[in-house]
Design a protein around this ligand. Structure first.
Ligand code: NAP
Length: 260
């Protein structure tokens, strides 16, 4: 099926690693123009070199910096003649329980999670308004629906973002902008490689992943791949998904608690 994304333009935040990078690759494969940002110039340069496309624009920008995000979105729209899609993907999780969470942790986490959606949205909005097939996809987590005590700030922030996405879907619908969420389970990206290194378990990465999958009750018995998450994101960006808004898709391999 032709997803109708050729010559469309999508801004993907956090495209220099993991799910964001896989999404950028998938969009380029569909013939779309892609603009992506991250904080680390070297990682962005590596991404640009490996994807090697004149339909890819990269820029150093922190999603918490509203002015920088606005300038990047304007640059992207100017380069490609508009914006049709936005993927709010940039972010990371915070491993903390209530007992070791400071007031600053709460502030930082809520700022990253909400600014990570609202700054790019405000920046992209005038350009999305001008598109005849505008779509916003928020990369969220199944934590939004079922919290994990060891990720207390991230779980709470994720739940708020899922709620926010529904408000956005309703408010932006009259402008023809769809808003949906993709809720990830455990996807094998840099985040998990870093946790494996930090765990210092003496296990191979593969064995450690199998143990994590069993511990979390993942029905498919493994972590997901970044391109499996990208598939859902790209499907929701597609003009073919023109009647889908205000909803969420779980990409989690059937995590036990999500099947209940
Ligand atoms: N992997 C999972 O199991 C999982 C599960 C649930 C939810 N998620 C969420 O899914 C998204 C992607 O995760 P991932 O596993 O692909 O992560 P990742 O491999 O660590 O990649 C994160 C990307 O976001 C960028 N980024 C982080 N903070 C940023 C900021 N403040 N401003 C701009 N860019 C920023 C990073 O680049 P720089 O560091 O250079 O800025 C990188 O490109 C994240 O929001 C994550 O929390 C992931």
């Amino acid at each position: 099926m032709d997803l109708g994304l050729a010559d469309r333009t999508v801004l993907v935040t956090g495209g220099s690693s993991g799910v964001g990078r896989a999404t950028v690759r998938a969009l380029l494969d569909e013939g779309a123009n892609v603009a992506t940002c991250g904080r680390d110039a070297a990682r962005l340069a590596d991404t640009a070199a490996s994807l090697d496309s004149d339909r890819l624009l990269t820029g150093v920008c922190d999603v918490r910096d509203a002015d920088a995000v606005r300038a990047f979105a304007r640059h992207a729209a100017g380069t490609f003649g508009g914006l049709d899609g936005l993927v709010n993907n940039a972010g990371q999780s915070r491993m903390k329980r209530l007992s070791d969470t400071t007031a600053e942790d709460w502030r930082d986490e809520l700022e990253l999670k909400f600014a990570g959606v609202l700054n790019p949205l405000h920046a992209a909005r005038p350009h999305l308004n001008a598109s005849d097939a505008a779509s916003v996809v928020n990369v969220n987590a199944v934590l939004a629906k079922q919290p994990e005590p060891r990720l207390i700030t991230t779980s709470a922030a994720r739940a708020g973002l899922l709620n926010l996405a529904k408000s956005l879907a309703r408010e932006l619908a009259p402008d023809g902008i769809r808003v949906n969420s993709v809720c990830l389970g455990l996807i094998d990206t840099g985040q998990w490689a870093r946790r494996h290194a930090a765990a210092d378990s003496g296990m191979t990465y593969q064995d450690w992943q199998a143990e994590v999958a069993a511990d979390r009750g993942i029905a498919l018995g493994r972590l997901g791949r970044a391109e499996e998450a990208a598939y859902a994101i790209v499907a929701l960006l597609s003009p073919r998904a023109s009647y889908i808004t205000g909803t969420s898709v779980d990409v989690c391999g059937g995590v036990g608690r999500s099947l209940l």
